[in-house]
Design a protein around this ligand. Structure first.
Ligand code: BDR
Ligand code: CA
Length: 314
């Protein structure tokens, strides 16, 4: 079966890096765009290039937004480390990014490649800007999958997940204007934990990209263990890649979703309307509603992530 063409918009980030490696095997990875998020845009762009270099992948990288649309810039270096790639020593790069016009690249690629899947695993700034530059973008996509939000709860605040919290205005534009979006939120990703066993399998594979994934996972497990007391770490962003390539491993339903922008306790919350369809015409799922994933075959997804990275080897 042929692999789906995928463009990843990301902010590497420990789990973004593992998501890129996963997609390099499970999808036809046609490009990467970077965004400010877990760390600043200099780091996220550098890290995307470093991950590709470690895996020997020749994939175009285009730098995107250096700050959110409206919000102040925040980061998650307390989770991902000061450079965004934990304590990994990043080698000198043998190339630089292809442009600083991520939005232009997203739009151009949507014209050039039929059925392009856009997988956004950072704050949604670039995607919102792309929609503002060309609102017909969704018409040309094979799918738009985001890692972000949750039907219940948050991780940065009690109600907000990091990618939405980091640029709520952008997320609101995407969820209101992008047509059908698949939302892979914390409801799913907190079920998909990778731990020491998976780290050891990656390390034993012994080639540079697998060793990199092992080092990133090690750091994530240690940080998440410290913060949450879990024995494994959720590799959120790789779940979004697999939701696009292996949708049968996930379950959920189509619901209206919006983003709270003003609540003192709820800014950045993804508000999912679970009232029964038809009780009120406004809430009946329609073409613009979101597929909110909440169920996952977690053991299989964990296996697929590890297997995908190992298959990149010689
Ligand atoms: C999301 O936030 C980031 O820190 C991760 O890379 C992931 O995309 C999880 O909330
Ligand atoms: Ca991310």
């Amino acid at each position: 079966m042929s692999k789906i063409p995928m463009l990843i918009d990301c902010d590497p980030g420990l789990d973004d890096a593992i998501a890129i490696l996963t997609a390099a095997h499970t999808a036809d990875l046609v490009g990467i765009t970077t965004v400010n998020g877990n760390v600043g845009i200099e780091h996220t762009t550098h890290n995307a290039l470093a991950v590709l270099q470690a895996a020997g992948l020749d994939v175009p990288v285009h730098r995107g937004a250096a700050r959110p649309l409206v919000a102040d810039t925040i980061d998650a270096s307390y989770v991902h480390g000061p450079t965004g790639l934990g304590s990994v020593t990043i080698p000198d790069l043998d190339r630089s990014e292809d442009s600083d016009d991520a939005v232009g690249f997203i739009l151009e690629t949507s014209h050039d490649i039929e059925g392009l899947h856009l997988v956004a695993i950072g704050p949604l700034t670039n995607i919102a800007l792309a929609l503002r530059r060309d609102p017909t973008l969704p018409d040309r996509l094979g799918g738009l999958t985001i890692m972000g939000g949750a039907a219940v709860g948050g991780n940065v605040t009690a109600t907000a997940e990091f990618n939405i919290w980091a640029d709520p205005e952008a997320a609101a534009i995407v969820l209101r204007e992008a047509g059908p979006v698949t939302m892979v939120g914390l409801d799913v990703t907190h079920q998909v934990l990778l731990g020491p066993e998976e780290r050891d399998m990656l390390r034993d594979a012994g080639f540079p990209a697998a060793r990199l994934a092992a080092d990133l996972l090690d750091y994530a497990v240690e940080r998440i263990g410290e913060i949450r007391g879990w024995a494994g770490a959720p590799i959120h962003d790789a779940c979004a890649v697999l939701a696009a390539t292996d949708p049968d491993l996930f379950g959920g339903d189509v619901r209206p979703v919006d983003v709270e922008l003003t609540g003192a306790l709820t800014r950045g919350m993804t508000v999912v309307d679970y009232r029964p369809s038809g009780r009120d015409g406004r809430i009946a799922p329609d073409d613009s509603a979101t597929l909110v994933l909440r169920e996952v075959d977690a053991p299989t997804v964990v296996h697929r992530i590890v297997d995908a990275v190992i298959k990149l080897g010689p």
